[in-house]
Write a protein that binds this ligand. Structure first.
Ligand code: U2F
Length: 463
């Protein structure tokens, strides 16, 4: 055994898609620093581990974390179609056997019995592993607590709405669920209600997610990528009554409080931060649709035309392979107005005083980062939790708007940009998001609720 002086052995299992593994890893890194005599085995696929370790500069990784690559389920010589969910389905089919293999390797190598199992909450089979090993299961919910609650209530929601054939049933709201009365049926992730999707048979991934509502209550603790102070009271009370050990450890893709400004040379490979330095305060539209969604060709055209016609300075994170979707001559014509870059240092961009609005897909981490930096949003949701997040931003928090019909057109984008950047309504949104930022800063401070909940987690793991 290589680590015999270490007392505890925490096994961590990641979900290697979207921006799930990074927040989980950031939590584990904080834990490893807080409990140096505990060993952390981090299981994730090779590709996702590669991304994390590139992003976090290996010298910053505590020595009591060891990463293991587990199988991604992709057959040899597999040719992917262009559908992002394909890799997810192959991975899910390979679970839990791929994780069991990792477990065997880690137990042999580390030589210490496992004391706790922390996993991405999506991995619902973890409850079985935790029972076999007689250790507590601690799921981490990366999305917002509202979607957590939707999964907890999946059976009730299905019972009430599954066979609802009313033509306006999508507009009904989840009145019966505490704190969710503004969420519409049509906002729900596809997996919740089969009427929302075209294929009636559940795929392996959907099957895994469908089980969550029954598995999560068997966990020891649930950790949220969220702050207790941001919940509507009915949602918090309800979840606390069902999950007395609910912990809100704060936004996990951000260092809170924010670190001092980075050395530009480290981060600003594209020059976007120094470009932002030259723009007027709160004038720039930052555009990014996250790591998974692809904006359709026609909407890319409409968005580009809108941005150009509006004259609003813009910074657009757009992968090189999608640049061909831009209108002819767009890059040349707008070279003084904005910048298109393949990847942005998003948290620094949102923290910059020139950024005035975030045009987003409403991915959970993006929304968190926008709130933490007090930036209002214009959103175009795609799938999963995006529509719920958009509803919260627009109707519950009032800190942004969802583009009409969830589809970008030139006129809708121009109208939305004007509304947020110029009109009184936009100023209201900014005020509200600024006050949420203040709440977050306080909650994330040394005496805030997130530090308290983190300490509780550390104590549980050290027992
Ligand atoms: C999946 O979401 P995504 O990965 O598409 O989106 P986010 O949760 O918003 O996370 C994107 C992250 O990538 C970073 C950004 C976020 O931390 O700061 N980023 C960046 O640094 N530079 C760029 O140019 C672009 C992005 C999924 F689609 C959603 O449904 C889920 O809500 C989400 C979390 O579960 O995972």
């Amino acid at each position: 055994p290589i680590e015999s002086s270490r007392k505890q052995h925490v096994v961590v299992m990641a979900f290697p898609f979207g921006t799930h593994a990074i927040p989980l890893f950031n939590l584990v890194r904080k834990l490893a620093i807080a409990i140096p005599n505990t060993h952390f085995s981090f299981f994730n696929t090779y590709n996702s581990n590669k991304l994390i370790f590139l992003a976090s500069n290996s010298s910053n990784i505590p020595s009591n974390i060891k990463a293991y690559n587990i199988g991604d389920g992709v057959p040899m010589n597999n040719v992917f179609t262009n559908h992002p969910i394909e890799a997810v389905e192959l991975f899910v089919k390979a679970t839990p056997e791929n994780f069991y293999k990792g477990l065997e390797a880690a137990i042999t190598e580390i030589g210490i019995k496992i004391s706790s199992l922390i996993t991405d909450a999506f991995l619902s089979f973890a409850v079985v592993i935790s029972k076999e090993m007689n250790v507590p299961w601690i799921p981490v919910w990366v999305s917002v607590p509202y979607t957590f609650s939707i999964h907890v209530y999946i059976d009730l929601i299905r019972q009430l709405y599954e066979n609802d054939e009313d033509s306006d049933s999508g507009d009904k709201t989840l009145e019966l669920i505490p704190g969710l009365s503004k969420i519409h049926i049509k906002d729900l992730p596809d997996v919740i209600l089969p009427i929302n999707r075209t294929n009636l048979e559940e795929s392996p991934f959907e099957c895994m997610l469908s089980k969550l509502g029954r598995m999560l209550p068997q966990s020891a603790n649930v950790d949220m990528n969220f702050y207790q102070e941001l919940y509507p009271i009915p949602l918090l009370d309800d979840l606390k009554s069902k999950f007395p050990n609910l912990l809100n450890v704060g936004y996990l893709t951000l260092s809170m409080p924010p670190p001092p400004p980075p050395l530009l040379s480290d981060l600003d490979v594209t020059g976007c931060l120094s470009w932002l330095d030259r723009q007027k305060a709160m004038s720039v539209a930052y555009i990014s649709f996250g790591t998974v969604a692809t904006l359709p060709h026609n909407e890319t055209l409409e968005l580009a035309e809108a941005v150009e016609a509006s004259g609003v300075p813009f910074l657009w994170s757009l992968k090189d392979k999608w640049k061909d979707y831009l209108p002819n001559g767009f890059l040349e014509r707008t070279s003084m107005q904005g910048k298109v870059i393949p990847w942005a240092p998003q948290t620094q961009v949102l923290a910059h005083s020139s950024t005035g609005v975030f045009v987003t897909h409403f991915g959970s981490n993006s929304v968190n980062e926008s709130i933490a930096n007090g930036v209002p949003m214009i959103g175009r949701p795609f799938f999963g939790d995006h529509p719920v997040n958009g509803r919260i931003v627009e109707e519950i928090q009032g800190i942004g708007l969802r583009v009409e019909g969830d589809v970008l057109t030139k006129s809708r984008v121009i109208k939305s940009l004007e509304l947020v950047l110029v009109h009184e309504q936009g100023k209201e949104m900014r005020k509200k998001v600024q006050s949420l930022k203040e709440i977050v800063l306080k909650a994330a401070g040394p005496n805030g609720s997130a530090a308290k909940d983190f300490k509780t987690l550390v104590e549980k793991l050290s027992m």
